[in-house]
Design a protein around this ligand. Structure first.
Ligand SMILES: NC(=O)c1ccc[n+]([C@@H]2O[C@H](COP(=O)([O-])OP(=O)(O)OC[C@H]3O[C@@H](n4cnc5c(N)ncnc54)[C@H](OP(=O)(O)O)[C@@H]3O)[C@@H](O)[C@H]2O)c1
Length: 276
């Protein structure tokens, strides 16, 4: 692995929406290279050009979080050019529209595959590259509050001894129970997106425990708020830059700050906070 003195930050799904705002925000405060990643190279390069027009200098690398090959290629690039990684913001995500007529079985499988499994695969691949004082940020959501699953499942997701393998099994079980038409009786919600974010917040806690022996590596999740993007629509209250504020803040948390927590408006909140 190449050892270099240049620090580096990676943002997933950086070509638009909150991810683009996160790239912009990190570029303004981070002393190192900021890699804007996008699954579509054309959209990614266009986003980099737009930020260059604002006087910022992000770099581009392709990353489709659904593809292990794409993840491996990014990992090799980071190893070769930087010898490590200092900031990882897992922002990429999908949501079916409320009006979608896609069967719930499909929505559950596809949404969990990207938002949970894709995020897990990126984090698992890149965690060994994270250097001392590294920061990992998961852009989760208030929609994925713990209370959307029944108490026996809450206990499992919130267990301080939950392992990565056990979490994967739980998420697979959700998808399978939906496919078998028994998710409600088994205590799961009828929100594929919400469940994918429950998985992402639980993953944050698992990864924070995995990183506990590393030197000042903090792993946190956040809700960015209700942000006007292609995902949330134009009625949402916040601009993408406003939505990016908490993830950007978490990317530079000072040593000794909390880890394995869920944040909103730059403050730790209980996982089961109800929002109006
Ligand atoms: N907007 C909100 O109110 C809100 C609230 C809570 C949480 N969030 C979360 O915030 C994050 C960003 O959402 P957003 O509102 O900015 O949505 P968005 O405008 O739809 O942007 C989503 C980004 O994720 C990318 N993406 C999707 N699948 C990907 C994949 N397989 N590999 C790599 N990139 C992928 C998209 O790329 P393409 O352009 O190629 O599709 C896009 O860059 C998501 O995790 C979302 O769940 C949003």
């Amino acid at each position: 692995m190449a050892a270099t003195n240049v620090k580096v930050a990676v943002v997933t799904g950086g070509n638009k929406g909150i991810g683009l705002g996160v790239v912009r925000g990190i570029c303004k405060q981070f002393k190192g290279d900021v890699i804007l990643t996008s699954r579509d190279s054309e959209r990614g390069v266009a986003a980099v050009k737009a930020l260059e027009g604002e006087g910022l200098s992000p770099k581009f690398h392709q990353l489709d979080i659904d593809s292990q090959q794409s993840i491996a290629t990014l990992k090799e690039f980071l190893e070769k050019n930087y010898g490590g990684l200092d900031i990882l913001v897992n922002n990429a995500g999908i949501a079916y529209k409320g009006a979608s007529t896609a069967p719930f079985t499909e929505q559950a499988a596809v949404t969990v595959k990207t938002n949970f499994t894709g995020t897990l695969n990126v984090t698992k691949a890149l965690l060994p590259l994270i250097r001392a004082h590294g920061r990992i940020v998961m852009v989760s959501s208030r929609v994925g509050r713990l209370g959307i699953v029944k108490p026996h499942l809450q206990e499992k997701f919130n267990s301080p001894s939950l392992t990565e393998a056990a979490l994967v099994t739980l998420m697979d079980q959700f998808v399978q129970d939906v496919a078998e038409g028994k998710h409600t009786e088994q205590g799961w919600p009828s929100s594929a997106y919400g469940m994918s974010k429950v998985g992402m917040t639980a993953l944050t806690k698992v990864v924070a425990r995995q990183a506990a022996s590393m030197d000042d590596v903090l792993v946190n999740a956040c809700c960015p708020g209700w942000v006007a993007t292609d995902m949330a629509g134009t009625n949402a209250r916040l601009t993408p830059d406003q939505g990016a504020e908490t993830p950007v803040f978490l990317s530079s948390l000072p040593a000794g700050s909390p880890t394995g927590e869920l944040w909103y408006l730059k403050k730790v909140i209980p996982w089961d906070t109800h929002f109006s």
